[in-house]
Ligand binder design. Structure first.
Ligand code: SF4
Length: 55
């Protein structure tokens, strides 16, 4: 299991700076590396559009 990003992402980058393990990279929207994500939920809390959720 990992967190994933939906179409509400506005590519603000808040999650990238928040992720403690560097699992998020920014392309046309945020992308979570499922192999690196530890499911801490930090990104979910900082996303202004609620675009990141546990799968
Ligand atoms: Fe990073 Fe935690 Fe979000 Fe996973 S749940 S992408 S480890 S901030």
């Amino acid at each position: 299991m990992a967190h994933s990003v939906n179409e509400s992402c506005v590519a603000c980058g808040a999650c990238v700076d928040t992720c403690p393990v560097g699992a998020i990279t920014m392309e046309d929207k945020a992308v979570v590396n499922a192999d690196t994500c530890i499911d801490c939920g930090a990104c979910e809390g900082v996303c202004p559009t609620g675009a990141i959720q546990a799968e």
